[in-house]
Write a protein that binds this ligand. Structure first.
Ligand SMILES: NC(=O)c1ccc[n+]([C@@H]2O[C@H](COP(=O)([O-])OP(=O)(O)OC[C@H]3O[C@@H](n4cnc5c(N)ncnc54)[C@H](OP(=O)(O)O)[C@@H]3O)[C@@H](O)[C@H]2O)c1
Length: 235
């Protein structure tokens, strides 16, 4: 695959692995997140393996940061073929313990962030009548997990948002795919939870491989929703 792929939240976990898997296939990687040092080491690793990659600091809560990232990508690569909306945060708290600033931060990062990045790349894709947006959601978009109300609301909101966008974008040949992974061994979980469930969780590489497979769709096909879970089920 020879595409320019923008991955948000690429500094750790699933996004970090998605960048490496797409790079291996020959894609040009644009890795963004807030922590520059981690992005720099990712990009060094990809370049060392002989592939092309760029790191830009981009906070998905900021329209200005997203606009300047788009400008930098277009300067370096001239286009964006695939956007992978992966950046996300959570807290593991009950509804009543989730304070308004935490709620706002989760919605702003997860839901509004992906809305903003998609809105930024769509004019490029609409002009070309081609493109792909892959959203890393969660099983929490469809399944009830306690102590995750704000996170679940953000992911269910994304599912609704991008299901509508998919219909609006069919005439432009732009494909929208929602990936809903279950428990994956990444820094999103506490060290204690990771230690307890390590052998049961999927690896970020597992999820990255599935994301890569869904990016390879036959021309006239759109993979709409993909739910992936550990073989032993939810935690
Ligand atoms: N781990 C799981 O069990 C699981 C299950 C289902 C779905 N998911 C989803 O998988 C995706 C990746 O999560 P992960 O598990 O790999 O967790 P992670 O390691 O914590 O990665 C989250 C990424 O989001 C970035 N991020 C957070 N806030 C950001 C902001 N304001 N602007 C830009 N980037 C931001 C972080 O980078 P910086 O801090 O450097 O900005 C980091 O790279 C998320 O969408 C998550 O909801 C994970």
């Amino acid at each position: 695959m020879n595409k320019v792929v923008w991955i948000t939240g690429a500094s750790t976990g699933i996004g970090f692995e998605i960048a490496k898997v797409f790079a291996k296939s020959g894609c040009v990687i644009i890795a963004t997140a807030r922590r520059k040092s981690r992005l720099v080491s990712l990009v060094s690793e990809i370049r060392f393996a002989g592939h092309e990659a760029y790191a830009f600091v981009c906070d998905v809560r900021s329209e200005r940061s997203i606009a300047s990232t788009k400008k930098k990508i277009l300067e370096k690569c001239g286009t964006i073929d695939i956007l992978i909306n992966n950046a996300s945060i959570t807290t593991f708290k009950s509804f009543i313990d989730t304070k308004p600033p935490e709620f706002d931060d989760i919605i702003e990062t997860n839901l509004r962030g992906s809305y903003l990045t998609a809105r930024t790349v769509l004019p490029i894709m609409m002009k070309k009548k081609r493109g792909q947006i892959i959203n890393v959601l969660s099983v929490a978009a469809k399944t009830v997990f306690t102590d995750s109300s704000a996170y679940s609301a953000s992911k269910a909101g994304l599912l609704a948002l991008f299901n509508v966008l998919r219909e609006e974008m069919r005439k432009y040949n732009i494909k929208i795919t929602n990936i809903m992974p279950g428990a994956t061994d990444t820094p999103m979980w506490s060290p204690a939870t990771r230690q307890k469930y390590h052998s049961r969780m999927m690896t970020p590489r597992d999820v990255a491989e599935i994301v890569f497979h869904t990016a390879n769709q036959p021309k006239k096909v759109v993979i709409e929703d993909v739910m992936i879970k550990p073989i032993k089920g939810d935690l």
